[in-house]
Design a protein around this ligand. Sequence first.
Ligand SMILES: NC(=O)c1ccc[n+]([C@@H]2O[C@H](COP(=O)([O-])OP(=O)(O)OC[C@H]3O[C@@H](n4cnc5c(N)ncnc54)[C@H](O)[C@@H]3O)[C@@H](O)[C@H]2O)c1
Length: 247
Amino acid sequence: MQRLQGKVCVITGGASGIGRACAARYAQEGGRVVVADINKEGGQAVVEQIRAAGGQAVFQPTDVSEPKQLEALLQRALDEFGDVHVWHNNAFKSVFKTIVDQTLEEFDDTIRVSLRAYWYGSKLAVTHMLAHNGGVILNTASVQSYFGEPGFSAYQVAKGGILSLTRSLGVDHAPKVRAVAIAPGFIITPAHDGIPPETIERVKASIPAKRGAQPEEVAALAAFLASDEADYITATGIIMDGGYLGI
Ligand SMILES: NC(=O)c1ccc[n+]([C@@H]2O[C@H](COP(=O)([O-])OP(=O)(O)OC[C@H]3O[C@@H](n4cnc5c(N)ncnc54)[C@H](O)[C@@H]3O)[C@@H](O)[C@H]2O)c1
């Protein structure tokens, strides 16, 4: 399918996991992709993989916590491809502690990457889209946007905020700009490296689907949501969790 033919797609956190899979899928669907990440080696590798498969992509080294670097990311997309149609905020940072143990600095660091960057990236992209050909904001949220998971504190604040931001963007800027949050449950990515295998097995057993999902499954959803086929979906979140929340 070539549902993103000619569309320019920007994705943050594109060097790994869900972002990497989305970048590859957007390119497979005919999109011209700008991969942004703090991880230069990983980001460049994704671009090479896309080009080897016949797709179009460039890498822009970006620390999303720095507003000037987000401005440079938008400019790179415009310089390379002339427009931006899909802007996918996806990078994250987290500290797995309750509020008792979390420091103010850890909270600020988490929010800068996992929420403020979504707000500022959206501000830049929406402003451009409204003045040009419209577009779609995708925000990677989480099941934690909907329920309380023990031990996450600041991350959960960010993920709740991302869903609210998405609703706000969607109602303010329809119909020219759509905004959709993707709320994954347990996706098998390097984000889980370091979690004890027995914890992983316990989580999987509690999911009705009895498995974690591959990042490519999230990418398939993202490609649909980014495409015109999803034109009636905006200002909302789509949960992809194997039935974990049951809502
Ligand atoms: N894996 C899951 O089970 C799961 C579940 C729910 C939500 N999510 C969300 O999915 C998104 C992607 O997570 P993932 O599992 O693919 O993680 P991942 O660790 O595989 O990828 C995250 C990427 O973000 C990049 N990044 C971190 N800080 C950055 C910064 N300051 N600037 C630019 N890039 C930065 C990393 O270098 C990395 O490439 C996140 O928003 C995460 O909260 C993941």
